[in-house]
Unconditional design. Structure first.
Length: 365
């Protein structure tokens, strides 16, 4: 009887052990599946962020916030080398720690990680210890994972996540974090061109207007607040003749005077830039091409009535000053939100380039 009871108990214990293992396996499977679902959702949010009308820096900050929220990360910091210095592009760490965080590449503990393109995990073992890169701070971070970032085998910076608990990343699924890291790299690669465009915008020397690049960055975000807009490109068609007969200083004065006439008459909500050379672009945000007719006609008339005196630098001694009268050729088309604005401006540019030099009218294309 006792033997039978013992056998029964053994059978029950074995059954419970097997059942427990089965439940544990199902939990692991569910956990892994859940992590994959989270990762897919995060990737979708990444893609949505890329397509938003935000600056490149705003996009990286939003992506970092998504990581913090979705993966329940205490601290997350993305640092990028811009060719001159390391810059913190996104972080939720207090600014007083930024100098430390943007110089982690100099820390011996991370140098091997950067050279081998492999993650580095560090943690403290007990209270009172601090991580090797911490200079003055105690208690903020007790665990950290460092991920060097590479694009086409070129090192561009790093991503570091930190926790206020020791050994907090001991059992973390590093394959998921590798996927996240690769997604960060993909996002950086995608918005790299946008970042370049935003950083090369300049003010034109002669007109004080923004350069063409402004259209494709901050300008486009304003334009895309509307479904359609009218894009107008105007060209001073006789600028070459003015330069050759009256001098380049006079030609520069003509460009400046023409831009000033437009600027004084255009509404502040519209965008006006110097495109290149004697060409300018006006974007009438939210306005149809037909709605620009009166304004463009008025501008053309005002510009072509200008009598611009020859610059002193272009005159010989005792020579009587001559005058220059600019002539405009204008092309206007519709831009549709979400399409390539540069394609729209190139279409206008190609039209004006191929038009006869003597053409001076308003063309709707």
């Amino acid at each position: 009887m006792i033997i039978a009871v013992i056998i029964l108990l053994v059978v029950i214990i074995v059954f419970l052990m097997l059942y427990n293992m089965s439940v544990h396996k199902k939990i692991d499977t569910f956990s892994n599946l859940n992590q994959k679902i989270v990762s897919l959702n995060v990737l979708q949010e990444f893609m949505d962020t890329i397509s938003e009308e935000k600056t490149a820096d705003e996009k990286i900050i939003k992506i970092n916030n998504i990581l913090i929220e979705k993966y329940d990360i205490k601290y997350s910091t993305i640092v990028i080398y811009d060719g001159a210095e390391y810059k913190i592009k996104a972080t939720n760490v207090d600014e007083k720690h930024w100098d430390t965080l943007k110089n982690l590449h100099t820390e011996q503990i991370f140098k091997d990680s950067i050279e081998t393109a492999t993650p580095k995990y560090i943690t403290v073992d007990k209270e009172g210890e601090r991580l090797p890169y911490q200079k003055m701070e105690f208690g903020r971070a007790k665990s950290a994972m460092f991920f060097p970032l590479y694009i086409d085998n070129i090192y561009i910076g790093y991503w570091i996540i930190e926790s206020g608990k020791e050994h907090d990343f001991d059992n973390i699924d590093t394959t998921i974090l590798e996927v996240v890291k690769n997604n960060i790299i993909s996002v950086i690669r995608t918005i790299e061109k946008q970042d370049i465009i935003e950083n090369i915008v300049r003010d034109d020397e002669f007109t004080g207007l923004k350069s063409e690049e402004y259209l494709y960055g901050e300008g486009k975000r304003k334009i895309d607040e509307y479904d359609t807009s009218a894009v107008c490109m105007l060209e001073i068609t006789n600028i070459k003749e003015i330069n050759e007969t009256l001098g380049r200083h006079t030609g520069n004065q003509v460009i400046a005077k023409v831009s000033n006439v437009v600027r004084q008459n255009i509404a502040t909500e519209y965008i006006f830039v110097r495109y290149m050379g004697p060409k300018f672009v006006i974007v009438f945000s939210g306005i149809s091409t037909e709605g620009t007719s009166n304004f463009v006609t008025d501008i053309k008339n005002k510009v072509e009535k200008l009598q611009i005196e020859q610059a002193e630098e272009d005159m010989f001694e005792d020579e009587e000053a001559k005058t220059a009268t600019p002539k405009l050729n204008i092309a206007i088309t519709t831009y549709y939100k979400g399409t390539a604005l540069e394609g729209t401006t190139h279409k206008l540019e190609n039209y004006l380039e191929s038009a006869p030099r003597e053409e001076s009218q308003i063309n709707y294309i």
